[in-house]
Write a protein that binds this ligand. Structure first.
Ligand code: PSU
Ligand code: MN
Length: 300
């Protein structure tokens, strides 16, 4: 594992670091806009004196923190694979490059000693999972990974109530950030109630400290909704979602291709408006991740 010197130094001095995933860049956002987005995400952190650690596998080596040319490759090279935890050893042994999912980013970040990770939306339980067993490895991996993940809930392409049930079963702590409703990514609320709401980043840091004190090694999930004024128009959302889900069914798309397909289709069907909202969601989660990492480092 190669930890960028900037990241290693910040960690050793207990300065704030936030991990960022790369599948959102390679498979979640369209080229070439994704490269600008990846750079913008890092800039949001730097402006707040937080060190960004974008994570990916480059030529078989897991990188914690990417330089400009590695970031460009992950964004623009179409042969970059989507790599979850089980794929990591294969990518490493065969010298492949890969973009890391929430699961593999969390896994590598925690191994490097990073405590906070911001993403857009988490993977979860897919609709029809009772038939297909399609549940993202993000959930079971987070259940045994000591990291705080900031996410705008999960996308409405998933089965949100089932995802919340699995989060409960897996004993992943879920905190609504200034809300008591679980967000559904493009929309501020899924209508699902949460048990716990936190008012600020310092409270999240307190939960992390208590988690450590208990010797628990599961994740804390911070569910951070977009403000209502920034959400996607619910009518536009509902009709694009219905059509994209119908196409997945009709064309028999399955497995790890489902999420990237739906994300790309929904961008087309909303004439790009879901993309703008998607970028704002990621930025919003990165800002909150910066606050949490700063609050965490103040306790050390
Ligand atoms: N959800 C999004 N955008 C994404 C992903 C999920 O809104 O880019 C990516 C993340 O990297 C997540 C992965 O970890 O998809 C989950 O894929 P799967 O469902 O195949 O586990
Ligand atoms: Mn899956």
């Amino acid at each position: 594992m190669k930890i960028a010197s900037e990241v290693a130094e910040a960690l050793s001095q207990h300065r704030p670091v936030v991990a960022l995933e790369s599948t959102i860049i390679s498979h979640g956002l369209p080229r070439p806009r994704n490269l600008d987005a990846a750079r913008d995400f890092e800039a949001i952190l730097r402006e707040r004196d937080v060190v960004p650690a974008t994570i990916a596998v480059v030529d078989g080596e897991p990188h914690i923190g990417l330089d400009a040319s590695a970031l460009e490759r992950i964004a623009l090279d179409e042969s970059v694979a989507k790599v979850s935890v089980r794929d990591l050893p294969v990518a490493m042994a065969t010298g492949r490059s890969g973009a890391t999912t929430v699961a593999s980013t969390a896994y590598l970040a925690a191994k490097a000693g990073i405590r906070v990770f911001s993403t857009g939306g988490l993977g979860g339980v897919h609709r029809g999972a009772e038939r297909t067993f399609d549940e993202s490895a993000d959930l079971p991996v987070l259940a045994r990974t000591p990291i705080t993940v900031v996410s705008a809930g999960v996308k409405s392409i998933l089965d949100i109530p089932a995802t919340l049930e699995r989060l409960e079963t897996l004993s992943i702590t879920v905190l609504g950030y200034r809300t008591d409703e679980f967000p559904s990514f493009w929309l501020t609320s899924s209508g699902e109630q949460l048990d716990w709401s936190v008012p600020d980043a310092a409270t999240v840091a307190g939960v992390m400290a208590a988690n450590d004190e208990l010797g628990r090694d599961g994740a804390v999930l911070v569910a951070n909704p977009l403000p209502l004024a920034d959400q996607l128009d619910p009518q536009v959302h509902d009709s694009a979602l219905a059509q994209a889900l119908g196409e997945v069914e009709r064309d028999g798309i399955s497995g790890k291709d489902v999420s990237p397909y739906l994300l790309a289709r929904i961008v087309e069907l909303t004439q790009g408006s879901s993309l703008e909202v998607n970028l704002e969601i990621a930025a919003n989660n990165i800002r909150v991740g910066a606050q949490i990492a700063t609050a965490w480092s103040a306790r050390r």
